[in-house]
Design a protein around this ligand. Structure first.
Ligand code: FPP
Length: 256
């Protein structure tokens, strides 16, 4: 697995409400059951030697849900942080929450900051929860952050990447969305530019560690070409070849 092409997996954990409704339960039961699966997926990500796992747990749009449901989602986040803290530290996981936390309860902010600070230098899996997150907002904030530091300068792709909420996770290699919808839903818009997309009808609480493993393994076997032809294994080499070819074209035009 060490030379696998899939290094960063992002997941839209959708279908919780419908999963619960199908079982005649309240929507929040789906979130509760869905949250139980997260530890398994984190463990499998380590097993698969992924460098990053990014999970969409609460979007900017989710603030419009009933307040009771929002409270449950926040309490599940806190529960996860309490339950998994020791394991995260023991396994050298780098933990981070991305999104706008300005409206989060003080206690939640403190718990997040404390674990982020303790794991900032860790070298294992980069585990990121998108919570209060919106992709467009992230891009706008990255641009604003850059211009604050570099007034009057032109922004480059690299500048923008370096100013995202979590610049260390890099591009997403594989996006998985459960729950049967075929949408990106404002998730990691910048980082998804070259991602493989995998949509499954399975609703998140019914998704399994084994299915996750199979999807990553199958995608690894499929070829990713980054706009080129067979044999181009990563975006950097593709960009390099493109630049080289552009130079060659210009030289040839010069001969005419
Ligand atoms: C989408 O399902 C899911 C969410 C809005 C929340 C996802 C959150 C979890 C899986 C648990 C969070 C846990 C932690 C540890 C942060 P939906 O409610 O939109 O489902 P539906 O499309 O069936 O209505």
């Amino acid at each position: 697995m060490s030379d696998s092409a899939i290094k960063h997996v992002a997941i839209i954990m959708d279908g919780n409400g419908r999963w619960a409704a199908e079982r005649s339960h309240n929507r929040v039961w789906g979130h509760i059951r869905g949250s139980r699966l997260i530890s398994d997926i984190v463990e499998e990500s380590e097993e698969l030697n992924l460098s990053a796992l990014t999970l969409f747990a609460f979007s900017t749009e989710n603030w419009s849900r009933p307040i009771g449901e929002i409270k449950v989602l926040f309490s599940l986040l806190k529960k996860y942080l309490k339950k998994e803290r020791d394991r995260i530290l023991a396994n050298d996981i780098r933990f981070k929450v991305i999104g706008d936390s300005s409206q989060f309860p003080e206690e939640t902010i403190e718990m997040i900051k404390s674990l982020e600070n303790e794991t900032v230098g860790n070298k294992g899996l980069k585990l990121t929860f998108a919570f209060g997150y919106g992709g467009r907002q992230e891009i706008v904030e990255a641009a604003n952050l850059f211009y604050e530091k570099n007034p009057g300068k032109k922004i480059t792709e690299q500048d923008l990447s370096e100013n995202l909420f979590a610049s260390d996770i890099g591009d997403v290699d594989l996006l998985i969305r459960t729950g049967g919808d075929y949408r990106i839903s404002n998730f990691l818009l910048w980082q998804l530019a070259y991602a493989e997309l995998y949509f499954t009808d399975v609703k998140w609480p019914s998704f399994t560690r084994g299915e996750f493993k199979n999807i990553v393994s199958q995608t690894n076997e499929r070829e990713r070409r980054f706009g080129g032809i067979t044999g181009q294994r990563d975006l950097k080499s593709s960009v390099f070849l493109a630049q080289d070819n552009k130079k060659k074209m210009n030289l040839q035009q010069g001969y005419k």
